[in-house]
Design a binder for this molecule. Structure first.
Ligand code: X8Z
Ligand code: ZN
Length: 626
């Protein structure tokens, strides 16, 4: 993509993109003046960490003891959870529940709650101590001893729900063909590029068959999660999770709605163009809303395979799955990060199980920080295709984040991202960088002579990236989970509400009516095992585009659409300067210091602005809104 072409196009269409006013007026006690500087050239972002006064002795003693205990119990619980999710058996599940309860018994104990309650907000407590106490409070709110029976039941129900989601064999029932077992990857491969709508519908329905089995569990989880969070004074479980950003549930929703408003003009154009494109492909009348089984992704959260002339799978089909993981590691190493620890390779579970394997595992990709130090792992089902190429870069972003903040200056309870969206953002930023033309050529995924059409390339990025993703993430997922927890959505509305939001935000409808006998939201792993946090991914897209624009402008001096991070140590240093802080600093301040900006969707909207004019041309004469 050439800068001049892009700069000329579509800039007038940019929404302002600055996020809601709540953010601008937030407490910024320690904020630096807004005269932006290059973090890469500036001293490290944490000059104060080592020299901060020790703080009051009783607090220091408590936190020392707390961090030690927390780390020990976390490691046992996380190790058992990893084992249980990579080999789903009753015995592993029992061990996971026991270790989870031991962690919960300590971090949510009356003693810890009382101490933290007394110490939080005391005028003599240092900022770093205060951050630890706040993190300990949030953690306690997941396991409060005053409702200990409820906590114990919650821990076992969560294990049971994850097991049900992944231990169930998916049976594909195509009319007129024999029923057969399929893996999630197998289903994706079958659907990709298929024009057989009967098969597509059967595959989509197959992926939702597990929902009804999870419905009662989800009802229990909702009550239990809200019960523990409210016991500790949070508005709901949703409000407990948004506290990670220093925001209330409603403030988060305002932010989500701002994001949707910003992306909607482009999304509607893209949606319209896609409706026409797919109707032609499937030889069907053009629908007002897109039937879910017309799309390759079963949640409609990404729409790959629509720009048929951009096929990044072709070359990747020929490689071993291990090549993908090594290539992703190599990308980070080229920016100056260390090789992954030997134990990463020994302890991770990286590749797809054969269909006839007696072992069952969680097939959704995840990264693990088992001992909050060097024991880092990934649980994946990597196959040689572009989807897994991207996902692997994303997961290693988490892993390198873990390693960056695992240092003595960062107390174990603060070994997290600046906020959770930063954690999601680093790997997706590297995924963005690894998905641009210069690097794809270098990696041999694109032929050296390839000269993809710039607009079609951007179109493909929009379809597989944030333009399509944000209405799902901010709209359908986040609004549904907000209703579930904050508004105590009644169980007889679970599926109805889900499809109302899919229609409203994504313009997507199910292939046939889905009554309350189904529970389609429960088939999305995050609803079960990463609850009330999906806005993390939406915000990560905003943040990573701000970081990307900064990197391109200040470090690489390259076009945001055609940058190459590979081999650039200054980019690695910049990312490291953010990651090494963990959660020791206020995220808004980290953002300001890293980019000179407030949180703002302007960079993201600017990236995709050239597409707006092109789509408007393509859609001339069509009814765009859905
Ligand atoms: O769950 C993930 C990662 C693991 S943190 C693979 N993602 C979301 C999803 O799959 O729904 C990445 C993008 C959104
Ligand atoms: Zn992630």
């Amino acid at each position: 993509m050439h800068p001049r072409t892009l700069a000329g196009l579509g800039m007038a269409m940019l929404a302002a993109g600055i996020m809601s006013a709540w953010y601008l007026t937030r407490d910024s006690r320690a904020a630096k003046p807004a005269d932006a500087h290059s973090v890469a050239e500036a001293p490290p972002l944490v000059p104060g960490l080592q020299v901060e006064p020790a703080g009051p002795q009783d607090v220091a003693v408590f936190l020392e003891q707390y961090n030690t205990q927390y780390r020990r119990l976390w490691a046992a619980a996380e190790g058992a959870k990893f084992t249980a999710e990579s080999d789903i058996t009753d015995a592993n599940s029992t061990a996971r529940v026991e270790a989870g309860r031991a962690l919960g018994d300590y971090v949510g104990s009356t003693e810890v709650i009382d101490k933290v309650r007394q110490m939080r907000g005391r005028p003599d407590v240092t900022p770093l101590q205060e951050r630890q106490l706040n993190a300990a409070w949030r953690l306690a709110a997941h396991y409060p001893a005053p409702v200990g029976e409820r906590v114990r039941y919650l821990i076992s129900t969560e294990a049971q729900a994850t097991d049900s989601l992944y231990a169930t064999t998916w049976m594909l029932k195509v009319p007129g063909r024999p029923e057969r077992a399929v893996t999630p990857n197998g289903l994706d491969e079958m659907v990709a590029g298929s024009r057989d709508l009967k098969l597509r519908q059967a595959a989509w329905e197959c992926s939702k068959d597990v929902g009804p089995r999870l419905r009662d569990l989800l009802v229990d989880l909702q009550g239990l999660r809200n019960g523990v969070a409210r016991e500790m004074g949070f508005s709901s479980y949703f409000g407990l999770e948004t506290d990670n950003y220093g925001m209330s549930a409603d403030e988060m929703m305002t932010l989500m709605d701002d994001l949707v408003v910003g992306i909607m003009p482009l999304y509607q154009q893209l949606h319209c163009w896609t409706r026409y494109e797919l109707a032609r492909r499937y030889n069907q009348p053009v629908p007002d809303r897109i039937p879910a089984h017309w799309l390759d992704n079963r949640y409609g959260q990404a729409w790959p395979g629509i720009v048929e002339d951009i096929n990044l799978d072709a070359k990747l089909k020929q490689v071993q799955p291990s090549w993908i993981v090594q290539q992703a590691e190599g990308f980070y190493v080229s920016m100056g990060f260390p090789r992954l620890p030997a134990d990463f390779w020994a302890r991770s579970d990286l590749y797809e199980l054969p269909p006839d394997s007696p072992r069952r595992k969680n097939t959704h990709a995840s990264a693990w920080h088992v001992d909050l130090d060097q024991d880092v792992r990934a649980l994946m089902s990597v196959k040689p295709n572009y989807e897994w190429f991207s996902t692997t870069h994303h997961e290693l972003g988490h892993v390198y984040y873990y390693l960056a903040y695992s240092r003595p200056e960062v107390p174990p309870i603060l070994r997290e991202g600046a906020n959770r969206a930063f954690h999601e953002g680093i790997g997706t930023l590297v995924e963005l960088a690894a998905g641009q033309v210069p690097y794809l050529k270098q990696a041999g995924i694109l032929a050296p002579e390839a000269a993809p059409d710039q607009i079609r390339w951007l179109l493909n990025q929009a379809l597989t990236g944030p333009v399509v993703f944000l209405p799902f993430a901010c709209g359908t997922m986040t609004h549904w989970e907000y209703d579930l927890y904050e508004k105590d959505l009644p169980r007889n509305l679970y599926n109805t509400r889900w499809w109302e939001y899919a229609a409203k935000y994504q313009g997507i409808v199910p292939p046939s009516p889905r009554g309350e006998e189904w529970c389609d939201p429960a088939t999305k792993t995050h609803v079960i095992d990463d609850p009330a946090q999906y806005y993390d991914y939406a915000l990560s897209e905003v943040i990573l585009h701000q970081l990307h624009r900064y990197i391109c402008r200040e470090i690489l001096h390259q076009d945001v659409h055609e940058a190459n991070y590979y081999g650039n140590k200054a980019v690695g240093d910049y990312l490291d300067s953010i990651m090494r802080l963990g959660a020791t600093r206020d995220w808004a301040q980290v953002m300001r210091e890293a980019t000179g900006e407030e949180l703002s969707s302007a960079a993201l909207l600017e990236y995709y602005a050239p597409l707006q004019a092109w789509l408007e041309q393509q859609n001339a004469g069509r009814v765009v809104a859905f």
